[in-house]
Structure formats: structure tokens, C-alpha cells
Design a protein around this ligand. Structure first.
Ligand code: SAM
Ligand code: SF4
Length: 327
């Protein structure tokens, strides 16, 4: 197990496998003019597998695949099988928008994927189109129930946006009545790829929670897992639960066990940093596994204390899209 300079163990990698996506969620990507990266700039599957292997020797045991939309990358499912076979990786999960996901359910079960995060910000078809700019609500909604039926631990990620979907907080919460699903409301972060829109956070975690409590006054607090990003609750006699993620207020940094690798190989030791070094370039320049291991150890000893420090240390202001970071 490896610890950072603030005594936090690093055990969890979020791996963005592509910058491409088949939706255009407005909080994540501009509607038009997105310039996708040339394929040669992306980490190859072999490079990612080697990196994860080295990280697993340092104590990373959990990997979450993300993107862009992971399943738009060719042969993603084969790559996932290979990842799942790396010794030391005991948990492999995925975050997906659910459009192409249904066809891979059997394989995901087979390779031992336990948890799937599905992004769904509204239960209203029209609002879905306004937010994601593609008419795909039915597909995503169907995938939600396919995943639940297949026995995955499903966490629905819903970004809460002022003037867009706050009327969905209660209907989404109601999904937990008859379904063993976790609905997680996420504060909107300034990663929409345009840089011009840094949200004034009208809907922060306490306000989201207050909205839920106004309808369900007997909402009960659950015990949160040690490195949980969400504060979790349950309505008595409901099957599922609710989480609130203070992603913008950054109240979860004290127990952060996560690092991120972007599709181009930028290593991020905090969601809000602008990349501490590029792993793809190190690999292409012939670094050995031992040297790579020492490089990781070195950067883990220089992690910012929290997302505010990481943002202050940036060389430039935030302009990137969440598709490059992975969430
Ligand atoms: N395409 C996949 C999906 O949507 O689930 C995976 C990648 S997406 C970037 C990962 C997560 O980041 C999604 O749950 C999405 O809602 C969240 N996200 C994207 N932009 C965000 C933003 N500006 N603020 C908060 N969450 C955001
Ligand atoms: Fe695509 Fe996910 Fe970003 Fe939406 S949040 S545009 S589905 S990467």
C-alpha cells in the first residue's frame, strides 16, 4: 500500500479510455466544434494495461473505466477482460451513459464487474434531450433496468443544474422506492470544455439535501464507506438509497484515495489539477517498469491537500471538458 504526503492511501484509479462521446451533455461538452484527439495521442490498450499493472504493484486495487463514453472505443470489452485479469486488481467498475452498454451486460457479469455508474440527470424525455442534446432517453432508461435485473450494484449519477433539472430531484429519489438503486446527486463542476461558464453554485449539497428532506422529513443518514465521495441517506422502507456528492464544494478531499489517468496519459493526482505528468510519453520514451514505479511514488508524495490547493497550483484556468477527465 502506498500513502501520499498527507497520509492518504492511494488505492483507486479512474481510467479515461477515450475523449469521444455519443452524447453532448451541456455541462460536459460543447454542442458543436468538439475537436477529437487523433488516435495516436490516445494511450493504447497495451500502454494502459502496462500502467495498471505497475500501479497494482504499488497497491492500486480498484479501477473504474470512464471517458468520454467508454463503449464508443473499439474493442473496449476485450480490454476490460484483460484489465480484469491483472493480478492485484480486485475491483473493476465502469461509468457509462448507458447507450451502448446493454449489449455488454453478459460479458461484464462474466468478468466480475460489480458496480456500474449510469449517468441519468432526468426522468423526463424532453429534458433529457435539452441536457444531453441527443434523443436517447428511452435507451438509457431501459439500460438502467437491464443492469438492475442483471444484479449489478447500480449508481445513477445525476448532475444537479439550476434552472435545468431540479424538478427531477424528487422523481429520481422516488426510483429508490422499488429499486435497489443508488441515486447520487452531484454538484455541477466547471468542466464543460468551454471555460466561459464557471457555475455559481445555487444548488450545493446542503440545498439538494434540504430539497429531499422537505419531501421526506424522516430521511435517515447511512454510514458512509471510508473513502466515499457521497454522503448517503435512505428513506425508511425504500429499497435503494440516495447520495449527495459535493464535487464543487470539495468536502471529501480528506479521505481521497483516487488518482486519474486521462485518455492521453496525463496523470492527475487531484480532479482539479491540470495533470502532473504524462505517462504515455514516458512509456513511449522507453521508461522501465521500475523507473515508472519510482516516478509514481515520487508524484504521490507531492499531492495537493485538497481540490482548492490543486486549483490554485494550476498553470492555467479550468477550460477542459469532463470528457478528458472522466469524472
Ligand atoms: N460518458 C460516461 C457517463 O456520462 O457516465 C462517462 C464519462 S462522464 C465524464 C463521467 C461522469 O462525470 C458522469 O456521471 C457525468 O455526469 C459527470 N460529469 C460530467 N461533467 C460534469 C460536470 N461539469 N459537473 C459534474 N459532473 C460532471
Ligand atoms: Fe458524454 Fe458522459 Fe460527458 Fe455526457 S457526461 S457528454 S455522456 S462523457
Amino acid at each position: 500500500m502506498i500513502y501520499d504526503n498527507h497520509g492518504r492511501p492511494i488505492t483507486y484509479l479512474r481510467l479515461a479510455v477515450t475523449d469521444r462521446c455519443n452524447l453532448r451533455c451541456f455541462y460536459c461538452m460543447p454542442e458543436a466544434g468538439v475537436k477529437y484527439l487523433h488516435k495516436s495521442k490516445l494511450m493504447t490498450y497495451e500502454e494502459m494495461l502496462r500502467t495498471v499493472s505497475v500501479l497494482s504493484e504499488l497497491g492500486i486495487s480498484k479501477v473504474r473505466i470512464t471517458g468520454g463514453e467508454p463503449f464508443v472505443r473499439h474493442n473496449m470489452i476485450d480490454f476490460m477482460y484483460q484489465l480484469s485479469e491483472i493480478e492485484g486488481i480486485t475491483e473493476l467498475n465502469i461509468t457509462t451513459n448507458g447507450i451502448l452498454t446493454g449489449q455488454y451486460i453478459r460479458q461484464m457479469k462474466e468478468m466480475g464487474v460489480r458496480s456500474v455508474n449510469l449517468s441519468l440527470d432526468t426522468l423526463d424525455k424532453k429534458r433529457f434531450f435539452e441536457i444531453a442534446r441527443r434523443d436517447e432517453f428511452d435507451k438509457v432508461y431501459q439500460t438502467l433496468f437491464q443492469l438492475l435485473d442483471a444484479g449489478f450494484e447500480v449508481k445513477v449519477n445525476a448532475v444537479v443544474m439550476d434552472g435545468q433539472n431540479t424538478q427531477d430531484i424528487i422523481p429520481l429519489t422516488e426510483l429508490t422506492k422499488d429499486n435497489k438503486v443508488s441515486i447520487r446527486f452531484i454538484e455541477e463542476m466547471p468542466f464543460n470544455g468551454e471555460g466561459s461558464h464557471y457555475p455559481k453554485l445555487n444548488w450545493n449539497a446542503p440545498r439538494i439535501l434540504a430539497e429531499i428532506r422537505s419531501k421526506y422529513p424522516d430521511l435517515q443518514k447511512l454510514v458512509d464507506a471510508p473513502n466515499s465521495t457521497s454522503y448517503n441517506y435512505q428513506i425508511p422502507n425504500y429499497q435503494g438509497n440516495i447520495g449527495v456528492i459535493a464535487a464543487f464544494s470539495r468536502t471529501f478531499c480528506g479521505t481521497c484515495n483516487r488518482i486519474r489517468l486521462t485518455a492521453t496519459g496525463d496523470l492527475k493526482t487531484c480532479l482539479y489539477d491540470d495533470g502532473v505528468l504524462n505517462i504515455r510519453d514516458l512509456l513511449r520514451n522507453g521508461i522501465s517498469d521500475e523507473e515508472l514505479k519510482n516516478t509514481f511514488i515520487n508524484v504521490f508524495k507531492q499531492r495537493p491537500k485538497d481540490g482548492f490547493e490543486a486549483e490554485r497550483n494550476r498553470k492555467s484556468i479550468i477550460t477542459e471538458s469532463m470528457t478528458t477527465i472522466g469524472g
